[in-house]
Design a binder for this molecule. Sequence first.
Ligand SMILES: Nc1nc2c(ncn2[C@@H]2O[C@H](COP(=O)(O)OP(=O)(O)OP(=O)(O)O)[C@@H](O)[C@H]2O)c(=O)[nH]1
Ligand SMILES: [Mg+2]
Length: 201
Amino acid sequence: MSKKAKRLATMKIKNVTLVKTAFNRAEIFNDGRAKIIFMGRSNVGKSSLINTLCNRKHLARTSSRPGKTVSINYFLVNDDFYFVDLPGYGYARISKTESQRVKKLISYFFEQIEGVALVIILIDSRRGFMDSDIELLSKITQKNYKILTIITKSDKISNSHLKNQTLKYQKEFGLYAIPFSIKSTHYKENILKYIEEALNQ
Ligand SMILES: Nc1nc2c(ncn2[C@@H]2O[C@H](COP(=O)(O)OP(=O)(O)OP(=O)(O)O)[C@@H](O)[C@H]2O)c(=O)[nH]1
Ligand SMILES: [Mg+2]
């Protein structure tokens, strides 16, 4: 069976393993497998989203304190492709040195990385796109990656506000947007379907 046909038959996430943690440039690695990248500000909910998609509570470590993920984590899914959890950026209370380190590591990562099937940018439903998001997005838009916006913590705002926000971001940035909340199973299938389509393109 072709890889594509196999994915269509098995997009259910069956197994997932953390195979690599990169703290610095030298540790960033590439292989032939496709990658789904999760990027966004500290505390926006990247690691929580990965856990929900994989049906695992503690696969990627999460915290109410911003700056939990400090390394680039590669999770191998179904022995086929990677979910890559990036460290968060843009947290005001983090030291300048640490903030610079994270930004440089992410920029370098995007310069080096191959096989990107999709970049998922996570945006907090209460905050919207912030300067640090735009700064990093502008660095990667030249690369012509397929980009998906996920509006996180959607349980924190009303449904009508969420609808307006979703449409606004789609219009403003021309990026398809899907809401998400860890408190509902409602959005997960939609996101998995989008990921599956990106992998098969
Ligand atoms: N109410 C609510 N809280 C959420 C949601 N998603 C994540 N959180 C909480 O937000 C906090 C941060 O979540 P993480 O998944 O660690 O965020 P992150 O983007 O990985 O953060 P860094 O690793 O620091 O960059 C945790 O306390 C989560 O429980 C959501 O949909 N709704
Ligand atoms: Mg994290």
